[in-house]
Design a protein around this ligand. Structure first.
Ligand SMILES: [Zn+2]
Length: 325
């Protein structure tokens, strides 16, 4: 645990020039953290929160209580483009000013509902689960501002602060982690979420091996020599990122092994494997939202050579044909 000084009901001062602002989300993860840095009367905000009036009001209240003047932000840095972190970027910029920084790989288009449907069907999902998945989707809104400065790997100076920007893809293609070496702080975005690991998805616009990228990023995060860890969700903590990175790695390795047990000699679609995984875990029905996550594990197992994708779906390499369902 750390010591935080209350500024207002959703904002705390953690250290000189470092504030945490808690913003509400509309779903099962209840809150996201934004962090505000102050140096010589200049302000930089890390993450903007969800695009909702409730979240914008909560942010406005906190910034006022801290003493940020109208249009007083110099910079708005987005750790990644997921809607809980970047959704309000355009609105925050228009109220509070500041240039917006995001890693170039964070600027990819989100798929439309029609593209999501095509993708899920191609992965074997149909009928009720498909309808349920599409019912929860909305057409992508362009929440990002038009002008964005590319946030590249390397040193980033802000007043008295000096950050090393580290590209940590996996959870999101353009996710960055910020290491303030002199103060021994690390802003870990969604790289580490205690007690659970963040999700890693392979979606309709998927490329490469996101889970493989995440595992590599996680190992690198665990080696960052910082004391104070400032995550995107949950309370900051002292003691460095090592243990949380190891826990997340163990979680992902178990998950990959579990998915691997659902693949045998008989080719099956990705959605059939999601259903088998639900059965192995003793759940009555598979959740359509799991498709992208299971697919990330399958793509990773394929990259490792443990399974292959053939006409009828995923099958284990070098095993005898299974007994079927
Ligand atoms: Zn998040």
């Amino acid at each position: 645990m750390i010591c935080e000084w209350t500024v207002t009901e959703n904002a705390w001062r953690i250290e000189d020039g470092l504030y945490r602002i808690l913003l509400p989300l509309g779903w099962d993860v209840p809150f996201v953290n934004a962090y505000l840095l102050e140096s010589d009367g200049q302000y930089m905000l890390i993450d903007a929160g969800w695009s909702s009036r409730t979240s914008l009001r909560a942010l406005g209240r906190a910034l006022k209580a801290i003493g940020v003047p109208p249009r007083g932000l110099s910079r708005l840095l987005l750790t990644h483009s997921h809607p809980d972190h970047a959704g309000a970027a355009a609105a925050v910029q228009s109220h509070w000013g500041g240039s917006v920084l995001l890693h170039p790989r964070g600027r990819r288009e989100r798929p439309s509902v029609a593209q999501m449907g095509e993708w899920a069907r191609a992965e074997g999902m149909e009928g009720e689960p498909l309808e349920r998945m599409l019912a929860g989707r909305h057409e992508p809104e362009s929440a990002l501002p038009d002008v964005i400065q590319p946030l590249e790997t390397g040193q980033l100076q802000f007043g008295d602060f000096s950050f090393e920007v580290l590209h940590m893809p996996g959870h999101a293609p353009g996710q960055v982690v910020l290491h303030e070496q002199r103060r021994s702080w690390v802003f870990t975005a969604d790289q580490l979420l205690t007690p659970l690991s963040p999700n890693v998805w392979y979606q309709s616009h998927g490329i490469g091996d996101p889970l493989g990228e995440y595992i590599e990023s996680l190992e690198a995060t665990g080696r960052i020599p910082a004391d104070l860890v400032l995550p995107g969700h949950g309370a900051p903590f002292h003691g460095g990122p090592r243990q949380a990175a190891q826990d997340a790695l163990a979680f992902q390795r178990d998950y990959i092994a579990q998915v691997a047990t659902c693949v045998d000699g008989q080719p099956r679609s990705s959605w059939r494997i999601v259903e088998r995984l639900a059965a192995v875990e003793g759940r009555r029905a598979a959740d359509p939202a799991e498709l992208a996550e299971v697919l990330a594990a399958l793509v990773h197992l394929e990259a490792d050579g443990a399974i292959r994708r053939e006409e009828g779906g995923w099958a284990a390499t070098g095993t005898s044909r299974g007994e079927g369902d």
